[in-house]
Design a protein around this ligand. Structure first.
Ligand SMILES: NC(=O)c1ccc[n+]([C@@H]2O[C@H](COP(=O)([O-])OP(=O)(O)OC[C@H]3O[C@@H](n4cnc5c(N)ncnc54)[C@H](O)[C@@H]3O)[C@@H](O)[C@H]2O)c1
Length: 368
């Protein structure tokens, strides 16, 4: 039976990337209801999918009996409250990144997802890509020995649409750095301590043809401490025009792994091993992989009745790191990170996934 999708936010990612994924999944899902506060976008999306253009608000989408799965694709400050409403109505939810803009909201989402019945998938979905998965398997298989240090980078010149990117609750860390933080923690495990330089390098920008004052970060270097003097750095910002360097570099005591491209759009990976004295180049195995793959994953899990591979606790941990980095950017002090998250287990069966989550629940931090 085709799952009904309820869309909240019909902006650029819905019109393009998620619309494309919905088309790919057309035998398994259909758009049942849409809402955007912008009437023009709402009407455009409703006409495209031949659904009611007159819904009164997000609640009408969430409560719609034909909606099984809610996609929260709005600006960031709305993510937490809308995702929570979806879960509390018993729906499955996919929320774009970050899952919320405060830890309190994020903790409610994690708790609500644990109670069920709805599943919660939080962007970014990079860990689902076959290339990231190969890197993760190589690292866990000991290909580069014990991980000691790492670097990740993602940036561009910055959005010219959506003033909210440059308002409180937006910013380059939440929009871009979130990919690197999520990826590095997937490889090195939970971070224990954070400090950062975070600021606004370009105080005015032109957005939708209008000059605005920037009130959110657009430039950041974040230092992560994984314990035992093992560190990583994230470089991100709306301050990078172009680059030709790996997205992620992971250095172990026996070798090096580099993920090429960006960690939302991998382009293969490379492995150096000391004992073999050579680089092994792995071209991108799935050039068609889309960063909206979390939707495919959520649909798979709903259909199979099994937990998701990507965990809300991981998204919570990334948010705690980013908020700590922003605070460190203001006063220069390092922050301890309290939360943890379960080791990624790519088990395809329900039993494998449930076993992984039971193992995590035994060592979960501070009631999250
Ligand atoms: N643009 C990208 O390249 C990109 C990539 C990955 C993820 N994302 C994430 O996707 C989300 C959306 O980004 P975008 O580029 O599509 O932004 P956008 O500004 O183009 O679209 C967001 C839409 O949400 C609508 N909206 C705001 N509040 C709402 C509410 N309460 N109910 C319903 N609609 C509401 C706005 O009117 C707008 O149309 C963001 O969280 C962003 O971080 C964007």
């Amino acid at each position: 039976m085709s799952l009904g999708l309820g869309i909240l936010g019909c902006g650029s990612v819905f019109a393009g990337p998620y619309g494309g994924m919905i088309e790919r999944l057309r035998d398994r899902v259909h758009v049942a209801a849409v809402y955007d506060v912008d009437e023009r976008k709402r009407r455009g999306a409703a006409a495209h999918y031949d659904v009611d253009p007159e819904l009164a608000g997000p609640g009408a989408v969430i409560e719609d009996d034909g909606v099984d799965l809610v996609l929260v694709l709005t600006s960031m400050n709305e993510h937490g409250p809308l995702a929570r409403e979806g879960l509390e109505a018993g729906k499955h939810v996919l929320v774009e990144k970050p899952l919320a803009t405060s830890l309190e909201e994020a903790a409610e989402l994690v708790a609500s997802a644990r109670r069920g019945p709805g599943l919660l998938v939080c962007a970014p979905h990079i860990v689902l890509s076959p290339t990231f998965r190969a890197v993760h398997e190589a690292v866990r298989g000991g290909a580069v020995g014990r991980l000691l240090t790492a670097r990740a980078r993602y940036g561009w010149a910055g959005p010219w649409w959506g003033e909210w990117f440059y308002r409180p609750g937006g910013g380059s860390l939440f929009d871009l750095g979130v990919y690197n933080v999520t990826s590095l923690c997937a490889l090195l495990g939970p971070a224990r301590r954070v400090t950062a330089m975070v600021g606004t390098a370009i105080p005015e920008r032109v957005v939708n043809g209008r000059r605005i004052r920037v009130e959110a970060d657009d430039n950041a270097h974040v230092l992560l401490d994984f314990g035992d003097s093992r560190f990583a750095v994230v470089t991100t910002g709306f301050t990078l025009q172009k680059y030709r360097s790996p997205a992620i570099e992971v250095y172990g005591d026996e070798g090096t792994i580099q993920l090429l491209g960006d960690d939302w759009a991998p382009d293969g990976w490379e492995l150096w091993r000391n004992d073999e004295g050579a680089w092994y180049v792995h071209p991108e195995s799935d050039p068609q992989w889309q960063w909206t793959d979390g939707l495919r994953h959520l649909v798979d899990c709903v259909e199979a009745g099994r937990p998701t591979v990507t965990r809300p606790e991981h998204a919570y941990h990334a948010l705690e790191i980013m908020l700590a980095a922003q605070a460190a950017g203001r006063d220069g002090a390092a922050r301890t990170i309290e939360s943890g998250f379960p080791e990624l287990v790519y088990g395809e069966t329900r039993a494998e996934a449930e076993a992984a989550h039971r193992a995590h629940d035994r060592r979960v931090h501070h009631g999250l």
